[in-house]
Design a protein around this ligand. Sequence first.
Ligand code: PAF
Length: 288
Amino acid sequence: MIQILINRKDLANHLFQLRANGLSLGFVPTMGALHDGHLSLVQKARENTDHVVVSIFVNPNQFNNSKDLELYPRDVYGDIEKLETTACHSIYIPTVEDVYPSNYQQPYYNLGELENTLEGSSRPGHFQGVAAVLERFFMDIAPEKAFFGEKDFQQVAVVRKLVELKQIPIEIVACATLREKDGLAMSSRNRRLNPELRAKAAQIFMEMQKISKAKTLEDLIRIQDESMAYLNSIDGFSVEYLEVANANSFEPLSKQSLLSSPSDWRIFAAINVGGIRLIDNCPIELGG
Ligand code: PAF
């Protein structure tokens, strides 16, 4: 039967037993409102480790906008039901006080350029909060492997940076983004879209695909501008960014940078759809 652990003490006791039995741990951190993308991470974790722990915690420290935190979808009972039908063994659902006791002081993480581009510059403090909660969970759970979705591509880079900075011996496994039939990247935030906006939201990936198929730099820049204008013209849409950047350094595309490193470029998008912030990314084939 699935174990539900609601504080650090329960978690520690439970993990002690598992370790005594020599089981390897796979960890899937989430903020709940689970969808098939999350469940695919659980499946991947089960294929690669003996015991899968999923955390459900809406981390206040990674929200730079209090309204966004308040409106973030929550559905703990629905999440537990979903996890009961998957390969998950334990669910960790701590309270804010448990994760951040009154004497907790959030450390500063030197994440370098990751904080100056795309999600880093658009959401000041966001990655510091992500690193803080994950350091805590990684220390408390000490899994062999942790699983993350590539929809949050820059977040995966932040997590790799965190384990490098803190020398945490955990393998970070990045898993492909799951999409709805019309191409929209699965996200907990999609639940907040009304049917009209939900239908229109598919345009994001359609435009990204057009950009990804450009054959020359000139074409790419033209299509990118056209897509940006088109997305901004849709009622209720506002483009925060639609940028091509290097998948490793996250530096923005320029002719020079492309010539020095012709592969590993991705298109990154953050689009406000009726006040709901959706992000996505995909590889581009330019130079190929
Ligand atoms: O991707 C998320 O849901 C969150 O950023 C994470 C990794 C669970 C940390 O709170």
